[in-house]
Design a protein around this ligand. Structure first.
Ligand code: GDP
Length: 444
């Protein structure tokens, strides 16, 4: 089974005692396990190949943050790439068009197409308050037409009356006509499936598409059929053109591989998932949940995220400690300046700090704006490590060099150094390091 990828990776990677960057050798060992695990989860081979290659590139050289193991780190990287591949932001079906909006359902017989049509109708009516008409285009199986009619009666959602002898494209047109006359918002077209992928089915679906010009063409695919579902998705997309995929029987699929494969192969989003036989068992697709299912280890992911957040906190605490001791050097200043830039620059910071508005005029008078932040960082970046640690070293010739290197004037370099002295003094005086660097800036 697949849910021990964490253990497998752990077995390989946690024997390594070294911390720091993951080496190529570690990563390759991990990738063999990832590959095996994905194949066991029924992910298509071509997808496994490109996926592991992408993960490998990201993992080599990645820093293992403190308090997580290299195995956990790789799991996190795999997880994030899974979410990316599955489509980072979930997408749902789009019904915003001129009513009646036609939505066409395609797929193999037995995939859950008719049930899904009813599920979708129910959601659109009950949750979204839309007026929905359902139509069965399966002229080969009267039982299928009857099945939709029964579901419609149960849900109190109308279905198009059956007229013997009509071809599917004609029925589609009649459904849209009825939709228009009846003031419906949406018309769901449940097309006929076959037991296997065949040209006749594709040709018919293409003809219906031409007749109805649907706003969405949704492939309903059984997640339990794995590889077949992937081939089906590819063929339907090439021949008919899909706007999205609905995966059914996700409730019985502990592996989640079909979702990853179909998305990767067709590039089409999985928009909905079926999670049971009842008509309320339809859910939006959440990439992170499926990624978690494929990995079977949501905990590791949040563990690594937390550990990474702690690193920032530790860094901030160290800087604060240095400030308290009056050791605020130009490296610390650079850190502060770039943090300010990250927080939306000076205007962003001012917006966040209620008391700061009093200083606004002072700051403006000093000519401080966000361009200055960038200039100051550029100046510090042109200094050597020694110079950043010991600003006293900066005499005229060094200042000239730094000015030239950063494309600024010596006067700007002097201003920066003065600002640094002010900030260092203020911070030392405060002794707590709690107040931000703006006080120093305002005095520069
Ligand atoms: P169609 O031939 O593609 O129209 O398939 P049906 O809609 O008739 O569904 C075939 C069977 O699959 C029925 O027994 C459904 O109840 C069942 N089914 C459909 N979707 C799901 C699902 O998401 N989960 C489960 N467990 N069963 C489903």
């Amino acid at each position: 089974m697949f849910d021990n990828l964490s253990e497998r990776l752990g077995g390989i990677l946690d024997r390594l005692t070294g911390r720091g960057a993951l080496t190529e050798k570690d990563v390759d060992a991990a990738m063999r396990e990832v590959r095996r695990a994905l194949l066991e989860a029924d992910v298509a081979l071509e997808v496994v190949r490109s996926f592991t290659e992408r993960v490998r590139e990201q993992a080599i050289g990645a820093t293992v943050v403190k308090s997580v193991t290299p195995g956990q780190m790789v799991v996190k990287i795999v997880h994030d790439e899974l979410v990316n591949t599955l489509g980072a932001e979930g997408q749902t079906i789009d019904v915003n068009s001129v009513p009646p909006v036609p939505i066409m359902m395609v797929g193999l017989q037995g995939s859950g197409k008719t049930t899904t049509t009813a599920k979708l109708a129910r959601r659109l009516v009950q949750r979204d308050k839309r007026k929905v008409l359902m139509a069965s285009l399966d002229v080969y199986r009267p039982a299928a037409m009857e099945q939709l009619a029964v579901l419609g009666r149960d849900l109190d959602i109308p279905t198009l009356p059956i007229v013997a002898g009509q071809q599917p494209p004609q029925i589609a047109k009649r459904a849209l006509e009825a939709g228009k006359l009846g003031g419906y918002d949406i018309v769901l077209l449940d097309t006929a499936g076959r037991t296997t992928l065949d040209e006749e089915m594709m040709a018919e679906a293409a003809a219906i598409k031409t007749a109805a010009n649907p706003h969405e063409v949704l492939l309903v695919a059984d997640s339990l059929t794995g590889q077949d579902a992937v081939n089906l998705a590819r063929s339907f997309d090439q021949r008919v053109g899909l706007t999205g995929i609905v995966l059914t029987r996700v409730d019985g699929d502990g592996r989640g591989g079909a979702a990853l494969s179909m998305r990767a192969v067709t590039g089409k989003p999985i928009k909905l998932i079926g999670t049971g036989e009842k008509t309320d068992a339809l859910e939006d697709f959440h990439p992170d949940r499926i990624a978690g299912r494929i990995l079977g280890m949501g905990d590791v992911v949040s563990l690594v995220e937390k550990a990474a957040a702690n690193i920032d906190a530790e860094k901030a605490a160290r800087t604060a400690e240095r400030m308290r001791k009056g050791q605020f050097d130009l490296n610390d200043m650079r850190e502060q300046l770039s943090q300010m830039a990250n927080m939306g620059g000076i205007s962003g910071l001012m917006g966040m700090m209620p008391g700061i508005s009093k200083m606004k005029n002072q700051i403006a008078a000093a000519g401080i704006d966000d361009r200055i932040l960038k200039r100051q960082v550029a100046i510090i970046d042109s200094m050597t490590r020694e110079e950043r640690r010991h600003p006293d070293l900066l005499k005229a010739s060094r200042k000239k060099r730094i000015a030239a290197g950063s494309g600024q004037s010596v006067e700007h370099v002097n201003k920066l150094l003065k600002m640094h002295r002010n900030m260092a003094d203020v911070m030392k005086a405060m002794g707590s390091g709690k107040r931000g660097p703006l006080a120093g800036i305002a005095q520069a």
